[in-house]
Each structure stands twice: as structure tokens, then as C-alpha cells.
Design a protein around this ligand. Structure first.
Ligand SMILES: [Zn+2]
Length: 465
């Protein structure tokens, strides 16, 4: 039985105005914070005490759940011949072979295990950019939302907050090129995608832990007309996510067929604002960087995946200085750890500029604090859900740090985020994780970890047969 109202006391909690002492958190049966009170004089007698300092839970703004099953299986050179190189496109061929084999049951098991890994890492929400919709033959399932529904159910079973973004994938390249045969499980029209979304909404209505939006896959996979048709049928506040400029080859193809770079093209034609998330805005020129920052859209950065795929480096310094919004995602899930995403965001800048503390600002000189704040705010915006801050009206999503962990022990609070983000010493400093007020991870173990891992292993064995 869940009591009507629950509460937790923390000696230290990271509130919107920074670290505060003696904080009482109170939330309702729905998992929404009702009050956050710092400087509480004494702990009320019946209130539990957190095992360490509390941070808000991080939103993960970009995920393709099925790709978790192929992490670590593409790290060898597949291209042959003299001077041959592997790149994003050769990786994509391998990924398509995986996508062709996934079953509804397999997807459910992989997704649930992945979401447990996310929770253990301190991600308390996920935006799922879901594009495998059809049977291996490319036909509709009897329930056309079968696969998306499996993913929604996996999130609910794991306890993570979800923003489900069914993907419109219509073409194989700029100029409305016909889809490839190995894309047959992904293909929809704006109309059929809206039908799928309607079926999904009817079966799994929105609630405080579940939000729907859409994801036009990329400018190479939709046309201007189909993107308009997709957005026209959508509620004006629903999140819209798109892969935008991950690869120089797609930037070149966009210039050739559309006469403009992808980010510029999109900003010129659509009302891009704070409900948009532009994932992998990696290749932007100086004008696009400033225009994107000004639009209020979130740049979705997936540093470990972008490094793994050899994508390139986003001009984070210029963009953040122009007040641009960012968030982070684990995308292909080569790693599932927001700490690594933030670290790599800064390290990419250090290595190219041969400087330190590049992404600090005059206002926030601690790099980890600035990036953590930005990724919380931008990530929450990308989810379209009230999360990412310890304040009344937001989800009761947070992590409890281990105060004895070697990355923070003995340090003053102003260095805690630096230790959490930049130190890599042994196991994670994240001890407990709450989402929607539920304590899902306790002492680094998720409550359903054993069973979910066993099912993941069975799904993986099937996929690798
Ligand atoms: Zn992606």
C-alpha cells in the first residue's frame, strides 16, 4: 500500500538555487513533489533520512532501446581493401541487420534491462526515439503499435519516466528517394504514423510518467510536405525530436538537393522553438550555432555515441555562450551514464583547444555544475514532462549519492558535482535512485535486476543465434 503522502529528509540537496541544508522533500501518491523545504529546523520524527546528498534525476533525451543489444559487437574493422575505413554508414548496415531480427518479446526484454541500467546510472526519464514499427517482412502487426507499446510497458515495469516518440521514416535520402529494402520495418506515411500514435494513446493513455511526441527521423527521411503533415496533426505542446546534422555526408547532400545546410533549412521553414530537440546538431556553422541557440530548441548531445561513431565535435563553447540549450542522451547505448556524457562534452573541447575548464562561465566557474544544470533544464524540456528540478509540481525524481565514495568523500559541497562528473574511481557514487517517488534503486541494485537481466540474456542469445 502506498501511503497518501510520503517524505524524505536530506542533510544536503541540490535545489534550483544550489546546494541547500536540511531539506524536507514531500510528495503525493501520484509521484509529484508537493513541497521542498530547505533549512528545516529539526527532522520530523516519522521521516526517513536519505543516505547521502541528493541530486535531481537526469533526463536521457535520446535512446534507441534495441541498439543496447549490439553494444560492443561492432568494434572491429569490417571494411576490406587497401585504405578501407569504417564509418557511421558501415555501422548503420550492421545496425539494420540487428533491427531486422528483433521480436516483440526480445525488444521488451532488451528495453526493460536497458531502462534498469539507466535508472542505476541516475537517468530517471528517457525519450525513446522509436523507429522499428513493423514485422520483419515490413507488414503491420495486428496491433500496429505492438512494438512501441512493448517499449512503453518496459519503461513502466522498470519505473523510468518515458517520452515515447514514434518515428516517421518515409524515404531513404534527400529528394524523397524510395526506402531501401532493409528499412522496411521502419517505413510510414504521416497518416499511418498518426494512426499508430492514436492506437498507442488509446492502449496506454498519457499520465504523469508517460508523454507522447513525434520524431521525424531526419531531413533525409522526410520531405518538407510530410514533415508539415506530421506536425499539423499534433498537439502544439507535444515534443518534436529530429536527427539533424550528425554526418558531413548528410550536410553535403542537403546542400546539394535543398540548397541549404540542415539546421539552417529547418530554421528557415519551420517554427522551431522550445518544444523541439535537434539531436546531433554536430555539424553547424557559426551562423547556425547562434540561430539554433536563439530558437530556444534543445541541442541533443550524445557524446559517447558521437565519439563511438566518429561523428565529430559540436561547437559547445560558442553555443553555450549564446545561451543555447543542451541535454544529453545515451543514444546507441555504448555507454549508459550521464556523467560520462558531460565529461566527454568538456574533454572534446579541452583536446581540440588545448585548454582546461572550457565550458565554465563567469557566472558558473565549476564546469560540472554548469553542464549539469544545463543538461537538467534542457533534458527536462526535451521530455515535455515536469522533471529535472527538486521543486513542488515536479516529479519526485532524484538520486542519493554515497557520501563515503572516494570521488566526493572529505570534499566540501561546492566540489561534489566535479567529483561525480570528472572522477572515475571504481563503482558509481550513485547509491539510491527514486523516480516518481518510488525507491527503485537501493544501494546500487534495482528492485527487479535479477529477473530482468536473465530475460535480457535470453533475448540476446536469440538475437545472436
Ligand atoms: Zn539516434
Amino acid at each position: 500500500m502506498t501511503p497518501e503522502k510520503q517524505s524524505l529528509f536530506a542533510e544536503h540537496a541540490y535545489l534550483p538555487d544550489g546546494w541547500r541544508r536540511n531539506v524536507l522533500l514531500e510528495w503525493d501518491a501520484d509521484g509529484t513533489l508537493t513541497a521542498v523545504t530547505p533549512d528545516t529546523a529539526e527532522i520530523p520524527a516519522d521521516v526517513q533520512k536519505a543516505a547521502g546528498p541528493i541530486l535531481p534525476g537526469m533526463p536521457n533525451l535520446h535512446s534507441h532501446a534495441f541498439q543496447r543489444a549490439m553494444a560492443g559487437l561492432t568494434e572491429y574493422r569490417a571494411a576490406s581493401g587497401n585504405g578501407a575505413t569504417d564509418n557511421f554508414w558501415s555501422w548503420r548496415d550492421l545496425m539494420y541487420r540487428f533491427a531486422a531480427r528483433i521480436t516483440p518479446e526480445g525488444l521488451a526484454s532488451v528495453a526493460q534491462w536497458l531502462y534498469i541500467e539507466m535508472l542505476k546510472a541516475g537517468y530517471t526519464s528517457v525519450c525513446e526515439f522509436h523507429y522499428v514499427h513493423h514485422t520483419p517482412e515490413g507488414k503491420r502487426y495486428t496491433n500496429q503499435a505492438e512494438l512501441a507499446q512493448r517499449v512503453v510497458d518496459a519503461a513502466s515495469a522498470a519505473g523510468i519516466g518515458m517520452t515515447m516518440l514514434p518515428v516517421l521514416y518515409q524515404y531513404s535520402g534527400f529528394g524523397a528517394r524510395a526506402p531501401r529494402d532493409d528499412q522496411r520495418r521502419f517505413i510510414n506515411t504521416p497518416e499511418s504514423l498518426h494512426e499508430l500514435l492514436a492506437a498507442l494513446r488509446a492502449a496506454r493513455p498519457e499520465n504523469a510518467a508517460l508523454r507522447y511526441g513525434v520524431a521525424p527521423h531526419s531531413l533525409r527521411a522526410v520531405s518538407e510536405q510530410s514533415l508539415r503533415a506530421l506536425l499539423d496533426g499534433l498537439d502544439r505542446s507535444a515534443p518534436v525530436h529530429i536527427h539533424i546534422a550528425e554526418q558531413t555526408a548528410e550536410v553535403d547532400a542537403c546542400i546539394e538537393t535543398e540548397g541549404a545546410r540542415p539546421v539552417q533549412w529547418l530554421l528557415d521553414r519551420f517554427d522551431v522553438d522550445g518544444r523541439w530537440c535537434l539531436v546531433h546538431a554536430t555539424h553547424v556553422d557559426a551562423n547556425e550555432t547562434l540561430a539554433l541557440a536563439k530558437s530556444g530548441a534543445v541541442a541533443g548531445l550524445c557524446l559517447t555515441t558521437e565519439a563511438n561513431l566518429g561523428d565529430g565535435i559540436f561547437p559547445a563553447h560558442e553555443y553555450l555562450d549564446a545561451q543555447g540549450r543542451i541535454g544529453v542522451g545515451s543514444d546507441s547505448h555504448i555507454g549508459v551514464d550521464w556523467r560520462a556524457e558531460l565529461r566527454l562534452l568538456e574533454y572534446g573541447q579541452r583536446l581540440t583547444r588545448r585548454q582546461r575548464n572550457v565550458l565554465a562561465s563567469a557566472h558558473t566557474p565549476y564546469v560540472a555544475d554548469r553542464l549539469f544544470d544545463a543538461a537538467l533544464e534542457g533534458g527536462a524540456r526535451a521530455t515535455g514532462r515536469a522533471t529535472g528540478a527538486l521543486q513542488a509540481g515536479h516529479r519526485a525524481d532524484w538520486l542519493v549519492l554515497d557520501p563515503d565514495h572516494a570521488s566526493i568523500a572529505g570534499h566540501a559541497p561546492n566540489n561534489w558535482l566535479s567529483g561525480v562528473v570528472f572522477c572515475e574511481h571504481g563503482e558509481t557514487p550513485i547509491r539510491d535512485v527514486y523516480a516518481g517517488g518510488d525507491k527503485l534503486v537501493e544501494n546500487r541494485r534495482h528492485r527487479d535486476e535479477e529477473g530482468a537481466y536473465a530475460r535480457y540474456r535470453i533475448a540476446l542469445a536469440e538475437l545472436l543465434k
